[in-house]
Every structure is written in C-alpha cells, then in structure tokens.
Design a protein around this ligand. Structure first.
Ligand code: PMP
Length: 361
C-alpha cells in the first residue's frame, strides 16, 4: 500500500504512536477487560485519566494557577455561543478583529447576545492579505471582551503578535494552532479551541479561563455551557466525551515526549518553510497571504493555471497525499500540517508539487 499522508484540516490526522497505543488498549484498558470508553466517568480510574490530561496540558502551555482548564463539548462553535453568554454580565458589548471565516463566525454568534463592534479587518496590500495591528486606544475599554482568531483555518492566516486590548479581557479562538508553539497564557482572559486539529478527536473543546471571569454569565446560560459550573464540577457536570478526553491525554503525553511546544514549534516552522519555499519557487503556485501572516498550520495555495486544479487533486490522491482540496469558500488547495504531520509528509508533498509543476508547465 502507498504510504498515505493526510492533510485534512480537521478532523485531522493524529500522531501514529497515539493511534497505536489507543488500538492496543481498545478492548482491554488497564487489564480491566473493558475499553476506557465503557467505564464510568466518575470511576477512580477515569478520574485519573482526566486529571492527568489536564495536568499535562497545564504543563505544556505553562497555564498559571489562576486559570481553570475546562474540557467541554460542542467543538469550536459551541464556544462561539458559550463565550458571549458567560461574559455578558461584564458589559453589553464585545470587540472583534475579523481576519477570516472563523472570526466572522464568532462575531455572528456573539451578536445574538451582545452588541458587537469591529475594531479591525483584514486588508489587501499588493494582492496579499494583511492583518492590521491593534492598539488599546482602538478598543472600547468598557466592552466585555476583545475577540480574535489566532489561526484562520480556512484562509491560512495566522497572527503571531498578540493584539493589545488594554484592560479588556482578550479572548482567542486557538482551535487550529493551539499547542503548535509556546504562548503566554497570562495575556489572555479566555483561550478556547476545538480539539480536532492539535488535541484529539472532534466534539471536545478545551477552554482555559481566568478565575476572575467566571462570574459574569447571564442567568439564562444553559448550565452545561456555564464556565463556573463546568469548573466547579471538574468538567463533569454532565457526562464528558470520555474517549475523546482519553485520546487528548495520549496526544499530550506524545507531545511531551517530542520535547513539548518549544520543540514542536521548531519542527512546525521547518515544515511550513519547506512548503512555502516550494510554493514561491517559480510562479506555478501562488499563496495570497502576506509573509508575516502565513499560517504554519494551514498552508493555502492556488495553481496559477486553475484549469489544472482537478488534475492536481486527482494525481495527489493517487500519490497518497490526501485532502489537499481547499475549503469550498476559497477554492484552490490547502495543506494542513498540524503537529502530527511528520516532516516526511511535507517532503513527499513538495516532491510531488515540483514534479507536477515540471510535467504541466
Ligand atoms: N474555529 C476555528 C478556527 C476552526 O477551525 C473551526 C473548525 N474548523 C471552528 C472554530 C469550528 O469548530 P467546530 O466545527 O468544532 O464547531
């Protein structure tokens, strides 16, 4: 069988050793004669899984003690609605930086609960998408929070510099670049991320919330989305997605074995550089994002001759390079190269791209 490299944007590939470990204990976990997904979330054994996963995540991201780590349900979009409901009693409005599909999605959902204000938007400079920098003076200091998305999965845009929102709590959707590099958690009020890229299987989401922000929920907030309740119940107010949480725990262990986020960040930078160098090489491929904002996780590109798109997809699939078709809203191609994608996968892709360009010039 041809070696398959899966460039799916999410649900994305998980590290091979994690899948192998899960497979080896699928039917008989810890010699219990059962799968971990078949035991109570309140059992001592499962609580140990949950607590270890949280501890490992805290260690990986150096989460300060005055933050709660929640393992929630409902993915990224679940948090689009949980967030405004949980912060509405701070103020009746929120500020947004719009850089692509997902920051727009978060704003749309928030506008059901709060007045929303757009502080900055993506601008085109010489045909390249550029993100304006934000200063505290631009942000309404009376608003409940300032929201942005640190990596726009669809558009391939990543923001490396944290915006300055002054005293307004900074909230970030890190769904597609959490754990890809070190971050200073203390700069944020809330960090949230759907799991299906760098954490584990879909459905699960992780929320890291500063203690002082736990008491601003509107009374109508559904209890299972209420951060304070989630925190008080150790993310077990209702039955959590136990198998996803277990798998996330295995991913955290794997990441620690790789040397943690500092080390994976270097590999991620290397992988992205290989791919962008190949795209920039000779005009056959084109990336439309300003170099400062090119995503290291979702590398978007177009073929200058779009008539070759279908052939590119067909031939790449035949070469074992799957899921390279760009998002339906933007077209072109997208290679998602999250933590689990080995550098060999990127070498295989660049080799194919160069060969394709040579044959179709
Ligand atoms: N935010 C970002 C940055 C995403 O990439 C996604 C999904 N790809 C979402 C939010 C929505 O996540 P979900 O489908 O889990 O609700």
């Amino acid at each position: 069988m041809t070696k398959i490299y899966n460039f799916s944007a999410g649900p994305a590939m998980l590290p091979a050793p994690v899948m192998q470990k899960a497979q080896s204990e699928f039917l008989d976990w810890q010699s219990m004669g059962r799968s971990v997904m078949e035991i109570s979330h309140r059992s001592q054994e499962y609580i140990a899984v949950a607590e270890t996963a949280e501890q490992d995540l805290r260690e990986l991201l150096t989460v300060p003690d005055n933050y709660k780590v929640l393992f929630a349900q409902g993915g990224g979009r679940g948090q689009f609605s949980a967030l405004p409901m949980n912060l509405k009693m701070r103020a009746d409005s929120a500020e947004f930086l719009l850089t692509g599909s997902w920051s727009v999605g978060a704003l749309k959902e928030a506008s059901k609960f709060l007045k929303t204000n757009v502080v900055g938007e993506i601008v085109m400079q010489d045909g390249l998408s550029t993100v304006p920098s934000i200063t505290a003076a631009q942000v309404d200091q009376k608003s409940a929070y300032f929201h942005y998305c640190s990596n726009e999965t669809v558009d391939g845009i990543e923001i490396n510099n944290i915006p300055d929102s002054g005293d307004v709590p900074l909230v970030v959707d890190m769904s597609s670049n959490i754990l890809s590099r070190p971050i200073d958690v203390s700069r944020f009020g809330v960090i949230y991320a759907g799991a299906q890229k760098n954490i584990g299987p879909s459905g699960l989401s992780v929320v890291i919330v500063r203690d002082d922000l736990l008491n601003f929920a509107m009374p109508e907030t559904p209890t299972f989305l209420h951060y304070k309740t989630m925190a008080d119940f150790g993310s077990m107010y209702n039955t959590p997605p136990t198998y996803s949480w277990y798998l996330a725990g295995l991913v955290f262990k794997w990441l620690k074995e790789q040397g943690g986020v500092e080390s994976i960040a270097q590999t991620n930078a290397q992988k992205a550089a290989l791919l962008y160098d190949c795209i920039d090489e000779n005009g056959f491929y084109l990336n439309k994002v300003h170099p400062d904002f090119r995503s290291k996780m979702n590398v978007t590109f177009h073929l200058t001759n779009t008539n070759l798109d279908t052939t590119f997809i067909k031939e790449s699939e035949q070469a074992g390079l799957t899921a390279l078709k760009g998002h339906r809203n933007v077209g072109g191609m997208r290679a998602s190269i999250y933590n689990a994608m080995p550098i060999e996968g990127v070498h295989a892709l660049t080799k194919f791209m160069r060969d394709f360009a040579r044959r179709h010039k």
